[in-house]
Design a protein around this ligand. Structure first.
Ligand code: M6R
Length: 616
């Protein structure tokens, strides 16, 4: 949560403030309730910050007109203190010499604030972050240089941070440091150095990057970087890496087509994502599969959309492998599992790899009970990977829209690949059968392509449901995952109140709400749940429910009962039907997108949400 973007350059022909402002805008998916920039100029720091979105703040050039040779900006998702100008970053010390931006939470900030206040420091915000410039300033007054002062400061701070520090009197460099909050460095060697919370923010400027590790501090000179271990103070030699992502990842353009929103573009990237996911490196899949097989107890844990992908993954692993895996929300992991048995494996699923609840769950499992951690993440080098024994990187590439969508499709596919690999390794299923399932999984990319080629139909249906106050999403078995994902998506980006239930559970209470015209969406692939689902459709229909069903395009029975259908072009074979999780969820993701667009909401930046949820 919160986006940081800074730069230091030798060039004097580039608009530093504008480049920082544009970098922040590429990070607005991390938070967008206020923003600010600090630039160093001739021994002074110029600071401008306001509540609101960057476009609005900069309407009359508030940021772009700033003068300075280097500096840093921040776009905020409020945790400590309301989203008002005084709580926006950067924060300064009392002398107006030190400017700091911070992403994360300092847990002992109250104690530090009290100590500093007692020594005469005056705080101007309600944030935890403001302790940084005041502490740094004290260490500077004791004669330390800026790097030493920052090192001493972070030793005093408990919690998570990604910080950038600029000083008015040190025009040649700025300092960055991180612990449990992301911070990446981009470089055009010999010329310009950037720092940002996520790589896509500097992709249009450079693809050469350093990933800062926890407990590291770096001195950023223009076109040069030095990295140090905070605990020992020793320099760490590291070569930069080339980021394999396309520059288009940071733009709403794909194959020459300009999309209105990132979410629409990213939904159109799903076929490519799936083709790459089924061909992910076998050694990663193998290591995952073997860890699951060797464990006596396996849990899969995640939040939000990643949790719903985990429900599908759990179903597939249980079905193909005869194993029993329990899915558990990461925010409930410690409370629901006060002890863990011997030989436990925990599968952590996360798009960002930075979700604080997921990190807390796996650290607890690993550090307290020695569990093996297998993680499925979309961001290389993210925090979750550092606590993991085995890692699969999903092939979605950068996902800019706040609501996850292509990563859900990649996660479900990756977990299905793992399930089929375990089935192969266990040798208790006919290999020819497994091959046919794998072939069917390969074909899901074509199914999604075909759905996208007919997206007008989904757009029409979205308009019919876009204004609904309440919608139920119901499915059974594997399709519970798609029902949950469909409900979450329309809730978070189109603001329709939506609830997902197992279709069998709906009669135990939720059905009380159903009366004439109440919207109910059924996810109805022709699998082993189909006949029982028909009964559930009839229960809703007979009470006046307005029924939308996601069905196979050869479907007849549910189609007769439903008011509207979204038809999925899958083959009528048990292999294709077993791979229905992504093809039956995808139309609901697309429908949510079109509903948000029809309602004139910004689907890329839904209110109150941020892409990485780094608070517990
Ligand atoms: O980065 P993660 O996958 O760990 O994030 C988990 C959830 O915060 C995330 O899926 C969230 O629910 C999104 N808003 C879903 O669109």
């Amino acid at each position: 949560m919160c986006g940081i973007f800074g730069l230091i350059t030798k060039r004097n022909d580039i608009p530093v403030a504008t480049i920082i402002r544009e970098g922040l805008q590429r990070l607005e998916y991390r938070g967008y309730d206020s923003a600010g920039i600090a630039l160093v100029n001739n021994g002074k720091i110029e600071l401008r910050k306001e509540a609101g979105r960057i476009d609005d703040i900069n309407k009359n050039g508030l940021f772009d007109s700033m003068q300075g040779t280097f500096g840093v900006g921040h776009t905020r998702w409020a945790t400590h203190g309301a989203p008002v100008a005084k709580n926006s970053h950067p924060h300064m010390d009392g002398n107006g010499k030190v400017a700091v931006v911070h992403n994360g939470i300092i847990e002992n900030f109250q104690q530090l604030r009290k100590e500093l206040s007692d020594r005469g420091h005056v705080f101007t915000s309600d944030t935890d972050s403001e302790v940084f410039p005041h502490l740094i300033s004290e260490f500077l007054d004791q004669g330390k240089d800026l790097k030493e002062a920052v090192m001493e400061t972070i030793k005093r701070c408990e919690g998570a941070y990604g910080i950038v520090v600029c000083h008015a009197d040190t025009p040649d460099y700025m300092i960055v440091a991180r612990k449990e909050s992301p911070l990446t460095i981009g470089i055009t060697p010999g010329e310009t150095t950037y720092c940002a919370s996520d790589i896509p923010a500097f992709l249009p400027l450079t693809k050469t990057a350093y990933i800062l590790e926890d407990d590291e501090i770096a001195v950023l000179y223009a076109g040069e970087v030095e990295i140090f271990d905070v605990l020992t103070g020793k320099k760490r030699e590291r070569s930069p890496t080339e980021v394999p992502w396309s520059i288009d990842a940071a733009a709403k353009v794909m194959n020459g087509r300009e999309y209105k929103w990132f979410m629409h573009k990213e939904l159109h990237e799903v076929p490519r994502t799936l083709k790459e996911q089924v061909n992910a490196p076998l050694e990663d899949i193998d290591a995952f599969a073997r860890a699951i097989m060797e464990a006596d107890h396996v849990y899969i844990t995640a939040a939000g959309t990643s949790y719903y992908a985990s429900l599908a993954g759990k179903f597939q692993i249980n079905k193909f492998c005869g194993t029993f895996i329990e899915a558990i929300l990461c925010s409930e992991f410690i409370d629901q599992l006060p002890t863990l048995p011997h030989k436990t494996c925990v599968i952590a699923v996360s798009q960002s790899g930075e979700t604080a609840d997921t990190i807390e769950a796996i650290r607890y499992a690993k550090e307290k009970y020695g569990a093996t951690i297998c993680s499925l993440v979309n961001v290389v080098g993210s925090s979750i990977t550092r606590y993991s024994d085995h890692i699969i990187i999903t092939t979605a590439g950068p996902e800019v829209a706040v609501a996850s969508q292509k990563t859900y499709c990649a996660q479900v596919t990756a977990l299905t690949v793992v399930a089929l690999r375990i089935a192969e390794l266990r040798c208790d299923m006919d290999m020819k059968e497994i091959a046919k399932y794998k072939e069917a999984l390969q074909k899901t990319a074509d199914i999604i392509e075909s759905i996208l080629n007919n997206e007008d139909k989904i757009q029409e249906i979205a308009r019919i449901f876009a204004k609904e106050q309440n919608i139920f999403f119901l499915g059974r078995g594997l399709s519970l995952s798609a029902a949950c994902e469909g409900a979450l998506k329309i809730k978070e980006i189109s603001y329709n109140h939506a609830e997902a239930y197992s279709a069998g559970e709906a009669k135990h209470g939720p059905i009380a709400l159903v009366e004439y015209g109440f919207s109910v969406v059924f996810v109805g692939p022709p699998d082993e749940t189909y006949d029982r689902l028909i009964g559930n459709v009839m229960e809703m229909k007979s009470r006046g429910g307005k029924i939308l069903a996601v069905v196979a395009d050869f479907d007849t029975k549910i189609t007769e009962l439903a008011d509207y259908t979204l038809r999925v072009p899958i083959e009528n074979s048990k292999y294709a039907i077993a791979m229905s999780a992504v093809p039956f969820a995808f139309p609901l993701q697309l429908m949510a997108y079109f509903a948000a667009d029809y309602n004139e909401f910004d689907p890329d930046k839904p209110r109150n949400l941020a892409k990485s949820v780094t608070v517990k």
